[in-house]
Design a binder for this molecule. Structure first.
Ligand code: ZN
Length: 455
C-alpha cells in the first residue's frame, strides 16, 4: 500500500516534476463542497498538501484554516497547457507574478508558458529560471515550454534532452507563434522527441499561405478589405504532422485547432491510433469573424476567428473527445499594441481569468455536459497529454490537494482593469459571466479566494 506522501507526485510512469514549492504545512478544511458537482455536500480535509479525508461533517482540527461554502462544485485544479506569460522580455505586458495571479484567479494550478519569450526559452538555464521563479511565487506551477528550434528560427533543433533533464523538467516543446514548417526539421524533431518521451506542440500555419493575413479568409474579410488566412494553411500542416506522427511515432499535439477540417483530420488520426492530440481555445468555440465588423484590434488572434461552421464543429468535437482539451492561448498585449488599426494590432487575447466561466456556461449550465466532463477537458486530459504528475488527479484521499471550487450561481462582469493580468486585452469586456471561481488551492495553499489572489 502506498502512503499519501508516496502517492503525492511520484507516479513512475511520468517524468517527475522539478523541485516543488513546499506544500502548505498544517490543515485546510473545505466545507460544503460537491466533488464534480455530484451527490450531497461533503467536507474535504487537507493535511500537509494532501487530501486526508472526504466526508460529511468533519470536525475542524485545531488551528485548521476553514473555508465555508454552500454546496459549491469541487474540481481538480485546472491545467492550461498553452499560455504566454511574457517573462523574460516583455514584462511590460505580463510577468510570471501577474500571469500566475491570473491563473490562480481563473482556477488554474498548473500552466505551461510558451517559449516565444525574449530571449527564447531554448536552453536549460532560461527554462530553469522560469520554473524556479514560478515555484518561489507559489501561486501556480509554471512549466516552461522549450522551443523546438534555436531562437524559433526553424533551422536548428534545441537540446530537448538537456532541457528535459534540467530542474525545469521540460516535457513539452513548441515554436508556438511560429510553425515548424520545414518538414525535414519537423521529422528530426519528432524522432528526437520520441526518444526523450517529450511532447511536440505545433502551431499549424503554413506561412507561405498566410503572408500579411490578419483575418479568416472568407466573406467577412473580403467585405472588410482584410487579407485572408485560409483554413488550408492550418489543415495542411495538421495533415502532414499527423502522418509524421504515424510514421515516426512521436507524441504530437495540435495547438489551438480552429477549423472544421482540422477536426476531421484529428478524428482520422485518432481512428488510426496515431498519437495525436489537440486543444481548442474558448474564443474559437464562441466567437466568429462576424465580430470583426468593428475593426477592433482586440479580436485579432492567430489563428483567426473563423465561421460558425467551424465553431459548431469544434464544440461538438470537444464534447465527443475528438478535441482533447481546452487551452486558453492567454496572450497579453499592451494597449498600444491592440488599440490601433486592425492590421497593425498584435494577434492574441487574454484567457486565463475567463475560460472556466465560459466553458461552464456554454457546456455545463445548459445540461449538454456535466462537471466531470469539464474536469476532463480542463484538468485531467491536459495533464495526461503532457504527462504531468500531481495535477489533473482524482479528488480522492491520498491525492495532492490541487483543487478548484466553482460557484455555478455567482455572476461577475469582466472588466479588463480588474483582471490580475498586467494587460487588459480581453474580448469579453463588460460581458457578464454566469459562473465564478470561488477558490483555488495549490498543494493545500489557498491561492485565490472569492475573486482575490490570496497572498
Ligand atoms: Zn500559436
Amino acid at each position: 500500500m502506498t502512503t499519501a506522501k508516496e502517492n503525492y507526485c511520484d507516479d513512475s510512469s511520468f517524468p517527475s516534476v522539478g523541485p516543488l514549492a513546499a506544500p502548505r504545512s498544517g490543515n485546510l478544511l473545505l466545507r460544503g463542497v460537491r466533488p464534480y458537482g455530484e451527490g450531497e455536500d461533503v467536507d474535504v480535509l487537507v493535511r500537509d498538501g494532501v487530501i486526508a479525508e472526504i466526508a460529511a461533517g468533519i470536525d475542524a482540527p485545531e488551528g485548521a484554516e476553514v473555508l465555508e461554502f454552500d454546496s459549491l462544485v469541487l474540481l481538480p485544479g485546472l491545467v492550461d497547457i498553452h499560455v504566454h506569460l511574457r517573462e523574460p522580455g516583455r514584462e511590460d505586458t505580463e510577468t510570471l507574478a501577474t500571469g500566475s495571479a491570473a491563473a490562480a484567479k481563473g482556477g488554474f494550478t498548473a500552466v505551461f508558458t510558451m517559449a516565444n519569450t525574449a530571449p527564447v526559452t531554448d536552453d536549460p538555464s532560461i527554462a530553469e529560471s522560469v520554473w524556479l521563479k514560478g515555484q518561489a511565487l507559489n501561486l501556480c506551477d509554471i512549466h516552461p515550454v522549450g522551443s523546438i528550434t534555436k531562437g524559433l528560427k526553424g533551422a536548428n533543433l534545441t537540446e530537448f534532452g538537456m532541457m528535459a533533464d534540467s530542474q525545469a523538467k521540460v516535457r513539452m516543446f513548441s515554436d508556438d507563434g511560429k510553425c515548424v514548417d520545414n518538414p525535414l526539421i519537423m521529422r528530426r524533431a519528432i524522432e528526437y522527441a520520441k526518444g526523450e518521451d517529450v511532447l511536440l506542440a505545433q502551431h499549424c500555419e503554413d506561412p507561405r499561405l498566410t503572408a500579411e493575413a490578419v483575418a479568416h479568409e472568407g466573406p467577412t474579410a473580403a467585405r472588410l478589405g482584410l487579407t485572408g488566412w485560409p483554413r488550408v494553411a492550418e489543415e495542411s500542416i495538421v495533415a502532414r504532422d499527423a502522418i509524421m506522427a504515424r510514421d515516426y511515432g512521436g507524441r504530437m499535439h495540435i495547438c489551438h485547432a480552429s477549423t472544421e477540417g482540422t477536426v476531421e483530420l484529428v478524428k482520422w488520426a485518432k481512428e488510426h491510433d496515431i498519437p495525436l492530440t489537440a486543444e481548442v481555445t474558448p474564443h474559437h468555440l464562441i466567437l466568429t469573424d462576424s465580430v470583426l465588423e468593428t475593426y477592433d484590434g482586440v479580436y485579432r488572434v492567430n489563428p483567426p476567428l473563423r465561421e460558425q461552421r467551424d465553431t459548431l464543429a469544434l464544440r461538438q468535437a470537444l464534447i465527443d473527445g475528438i478535441i482533447d482539451c481546452v487551452a486558453t492561448d492567454h496572450a497579453p498585449h499592451g494597449s498600444e499594441e491592440k488599440c490601433c488599426e486592425f492590421e497593425h494590432a498584435k494577434p492574441g487575447m487574454l484567457g486565463l481569468e475567463t475560460s472556466m466561466s465560459i466553458i461552464a456556461e456554454q457546456f455545463v449550465l445548459d445540461g449538454t455536459c456535466d462537471w466531470r466532463w469539464l474536469a476532463r477537458v480542463m484538468s485531467e486530459r491536459p495533464a495526461e497529454i503532457v504527462k504531468l504528475p500531481g495535477h489533473g488527479r482524482p479528488i480522492a484521499v491520498g491525492e495532492p490537494a490541487n483543487l478548484t471550487v466553482v460557484d455555478p450561481n455567482k455572476k461577475w462582469t469582466v472588466h479588463g482593469d480588474d483582471l490580475a493580468s498586467k494587460s487588459d486585452n480581453t474580448p469579453y469586456e463588460d460581458m457578464e459571466m454566469a459562473v465564478s471561481v470561488a477558490a483555488t488551492v495549490l498543494r493545500g495553499k489557498v491561492t485565490a479566494l472569492n475573486g482575490e489572489v490570496a497572498g
